[in-house]
Design a binder for this molecule. Structure first.
Ligand SMILES: [Zn+2]
Length: 236
């Protein structure tokens, strides 16, 4: 590992450790569930990129920068004492297939997971959904842990979608972003809108926002806040 990559990995360790604290803080995880990762770019065509992720089965209080583990984009351990999170293969698959993605988050947050259990996309009925997700939050396929099927389901659902969140059926949300912080924000917002739309449903029918209004809300918000649509980034 050259000096530049060493520094980038160490900086990512600090960021990823700190961002894990946001998951319990926003009520998105229990026990040791949930994980945040960030890509460390090594230059070149991206095949030598690394990812920093939390180790498996470690409590949120123990997540120091030193405790984070570093893997290559095949999910193989490069650096660290603990075993990488059991979701590492899914994160690595996303980084291999969506080169513009710099951060991935996975939780089993209650309301988003409830929609995943129902197998129903969260309909875009809130302006903040148009802002953040540019439409419905889609549902991905049911997939078993242990091979590439979770990663493949995430990539197939989010490729060509504006949404940075996918609800994996019967499992829970995965979110992506240009960096780990953006993916954490998407996880927080995903849970928030899943909860609000669920509550609205208890009160009666929800009213859809017209596609033209969704498009202008999304364009304005993403422009004003300097964020780029990850589908546009891919084409850039
Ligand atoms: Zn999970």
């Amino acid at each position: 590992m050259n000096e530049e990559l060493r520094a980038a990995v160490d900086a990512a360790r600090v960021r990823v450790a700190a961002l894990h604290a946001e998951l319990p803080r926003w009520g998105l995880v229990v026990w040791t569930a949930g994980n945040v990762s960030e890509r460390v770019r090594a230059g070149g065509d991206g095949t030598d990129d690394l990812l920093v992720i939390k180790p498996s089965g470690v409590t949120y209080d123990e997540l120091t920068p030193e405790a984070m583990v570093v893997c290559d984009l095949d999910g193989e351990l490069v650096e660290g004492t603990g075993a990488p999170s059991s979701d590492t293969a899914a994160h690595a698959y996303v980084y291999r297939h969506l080169p513009e993605v710099g951060g991935v988050v996975h939780t089993h947050s209650t309301y988003a997971t409830a929609w995943a259990v129902r197998g129903e996309p969260v309909p875009c009925v809130l302006t903040m959904m148009a802002d953040e997700f540019g439409g419905d939050i889609p549902v991905g396929p049911f997939a078993l842990i242990g091979d590439d099927s979770i990663g493949r389901g995430i990539v197939e659902t989010l490729r060509g979608s504006r949404s940075p969140a996918v609800l994996m059926r019967g499992h829970g949300p995965f979110t992506i972003g240009p960096d780990a912080r953006a993916a954490v924000k998407a996880a927080v917002m995903c849970e928030e809108v899943a909860r609000t739309v669920h509550v609205a449903r208890q009160l009666g029918e929800t009213v859809p926002i017209a596609q033209g209004d969704i498009d202008s809300l999304y364009a304005r918000y993403q422009g004003v806040y300097g964020q780029q649509d990850h589908t546009e980034r891919r084409d850039a």
